[in-house]
Structure formats: structure tokens, C-alpha cells
Design a protein around this ligand. Structure first.
Ligand code: COA
Length: 318
């Protein structure tokens, strides 16, 4: 999306808008904003909301099989939080003029994207632990930065989300420590999860800055406060030492921190696979959307009932 679409905007209003952003002011729903700002925010917040709701699926399937009552309770609460995050984000996107019904329809018909990482299967309990620790860690890196951004409703939603995500992170870390310091079988299961999830995790932060389409305009308008590469570097900086500390291996021979630049070097992620997955052809895309479709159909009567509050219902006697 090129900044040239801005030529249709009133230049005085555009300059005032950009000056407000430069001063660090928040933009609120009733304020003037360029069409492109609105469109970009809807795209990004909607994709984020879908990611939360679809992200609940790979972990949700582990609730009944989580080892022990405490893990079941904690995972159930986490999954419930993720769905709650989707609700907060759909509300934030609605302030920009797109209805929730339209957003859900676009998710189900495959028009909208959601995070690549939730299109991979969680084969073992260790996969669920990887998600709870490191996928949530990656999400926090991105969301803490963006919570300082320019659009008020999105930033406020992100602040609340980050508070809850920090509990998920502690829970996930605890689960991974338990497996990584457990029996040989547990350690191998955890390592196998790392081997499966590392590549999608590197994709999670988005394409490298050189090929990112939207970063330039989103960073100019302080919607994104860190670039994709900056978030990826920050994640590596914060979590690779913690992974190594547990005796786990990152499946990338080239991974090392350059002592001079302070930057992490790693094998260039396979961007062709990334494109395939985000465009609907990952291992679980079809399954994930099919589950959402069924949930939508089964919930239709509830939504219908809520839309007709004056209808008198007969309470069944038994
Ligand atoms: N999964 C799926 N799609 C992704 C992606 C990912 N991990 N990273 C990038 N993309 C998509 C973008 O949506 C965009 O597609 P589109 O033009 O069809 O909408 C395309 O790849 C190009 O990427 P880029 O120009 O870098 O997109 P971006 O500037 O929007 O940055 C994010 C991508 C994910 C970093 C950004 O949208 C973001 O911070 N989103 C909010 C946080 C979020 O959604 N987290 C998800 C899980 S909690």
C-alpha cells in the first residue's frame, strides 16, 4: 500500500493529523483521520483479533489431555483469556466502522488473514507448552511496543491484553521448565517441539523489513512502534539465553549473536513457506476455519435471541 493514496486527502487536515501523531497524542474514533490510516488499522486489528480466536484452537484441544488438574485449570483460563482478547480487539476494530459480523464473515470465507503460527498442529503436550511460553512471549514483544502507539482504542486494548499475557508467559515457562528438567522422554518431547515450532516462530514477526509491505506507513503513523526485524531481534535477545539455559537447542546452526553489532544472525526464514501458510495452504488452515465455521453455525440461535430482547421465552419446567 503506497503513501500516494494520501494525495486524495485534505493536505491541511493531513498535516494536523501527522503533527498530532508526532506530538505523541492519541487519535480517538471521532477524530479526523486519513482513509488509509483507518483502512490499515482495520486490517491490522482485525487480523490480530482473528489470531487470538484461532490461536485458542491448538491449545484448546489440550485442555482435556493436560497433565493433571492444575495444568488443566490453568490452560482453560488461558484459552478463555485468548478468546476475551479477541473480543477486546473486535471492539477496537468496530470503532473504525467495520462490523463484527463482517469481520467474522471475512475470517470464515478466508478473506482475512490471521497469524501464520496457528496453522501448525500441536501434536504433543510439549507443543502446547511451546505455544504458551514462546508464542505468547513473541506476542508480548510486539504488543508492548504497539500499546504505546497512536490509536487510542487499540492501545488501551493492548495494555489489558499484555497484563494477561504476562501470566500466560509465566505459566508457559513453568511448563517448559518442568519438561526440560524432567525425564529423558520429557526432555526429548520438549526438544522435538522446539524443532517443529522454531521456523513458524521466526515467521511470526512478519517478513523481514526489506520485504515488509506495510511497515513504512504504519511506523510513520505510530501504529507499529517497532519493525518486524526489531521485534524478531528483541525476542531472540530475551529468549535464546533462557532456552539455552534449559539445555534445549535451537534448530538453527547459524544462530549466534554478533558481539560487535549486538545483532543476532540466523538462517534466513523460508519466506515462500510463510506466504503459502498465510495464504491458506498451511498444514491446518482448512481445519482451523472449519472449526470456526461450525462454531458460528451452532451459535447463530444465541445471536438471534440476543437481537430480539423483547421476545418472551417460556422457562422449561425441567
Ligand atoms: N501471520 C500472518 N500474516 C502475516 C504475518 C504473520 N505472522 N506477518 C505478516 N503477515 C502478512 C500481513 O498481514 C500482510 O498481509 P496483507 O497485506 O494481506 O494484510 C503481509 O503479510 C505483509 O506483511 P507486513 O507488511 O510486514 O505486515 P504488517 O506491517 O501488518 O506486519 C504484523 C505484520 C503481524 C507484525 C503486524 O500486523 C502486527 O503487529 N499485528 C498485530 C499483532 C498481531 O496480529 N499478532 C498476532 C498474534 S498474537
Amino acid at each position: 500500500m503506497k503513501a500516494t493514496a494520501l494525495t486524495d486527502e485534505d493536505p491541511v487536515k493531513l498535516a494536523e493529523f501527522e503533527a498530532r501523531i508526532d506530538r505523541g497524542e492519541k487519535i480517538e474514533p471521532s477524530d479526523w483521520m486519513p482513509q488509509l490510516y483507518r483502512k490499515q488499522l482495520i486490517r491490522m486489528i482485525e487480523q490480530h483479533a482473528h489470531s487470538e480466536i484461532i490461536g485458542a484452537l491448538p491449545e484448546g484441544t489440550w485442555i482435556t489431555r493436560a497433565p493433571g488438574f492444575k495444568r488443566k485449570l490453568a490452560l482453560m483460563a488461558k484459552v478463555q483469556d485468548e478468546v476475551g482478547h479477541a473480543q477486546l480487539l473486535y471492539s477496537a476494530a468496530e470503532t473504525l466502522g467495520k462490523s463484527r459480523e463482517d469481520m467474522i464473515a471475512d475470517l470464515i470465507n478466508g478473506k482475512s488473514k490471521y497469524s501464520n503460527i496457528f496453522n501448525y498442529p500441536a501434536f504433543t503436550w510439549a507443543d502446547s507448552c511451546f505455544i504458551s511460553w514462546l508464542v505468547d512471549a513473541g506476542a508480548i514483544v510486539n504488543q508492548i511496543a504497539n500499546s504505546k502507539g497512536s490509536y487510542g482504542p487499540y492501545c488501551r486494548a493492548l495494555e489489558r491484553i499484555c497484563a494477561e499475557e504476562s501470566f500466560h508467559l509465566k505459566y508457559g515457562h513453568h511448563c517448559v521448565i518442568h519438561l526440560a528438567t524432567g525425564t529423558k522422554v520429557q526432555r526429548e518431547m520438549m526438544q522435538a517441539a522446539f524443532n517443529r515450532w522454531w521456523a513458524p516462530m521466526m515467521h511470526f514477526f512478519g517478513p523481514s523489513d526489506k520485504i515488509s509491505v506495510h511497515s513504512e506507513i504504519l511506523m510513520r503513523w505510530k501504529v507499529k512502534m517497532s519493525s518486524n526485524d526489531e521485534c524478531r531481534q528483541q525476542f531472540l535477545d530475551m529468549y535464546v539465553p533462557k532456552i539455552w539455559e534449559l539445555g534445549l537447542t535451537v534448530p538453527d546452526d547459524k544462530l549466534r549473536k554478533d558481539p560487535e553489532t549486538g545483532q543476532w544472525e540466523f538462517t534466513e526464514p523460508d519466506w515462500e513457506e510463510f506466504k503459502r501458510v498465510i495464504n491458506g495452504d498451511g498444514p491446518c488452515n482448512k481445519e482451523r476455519l472449519a472449526v470456526r465455521r461450525v462454531a458460528e453455525e451452532r451459535g447463530a440461535w444465541v445471536r438471534q435471541a440476543l437481537l430480539a430482547p423483547k421476545t418472551k421465552y417460556v422457562a422449561p419446567l425441567a
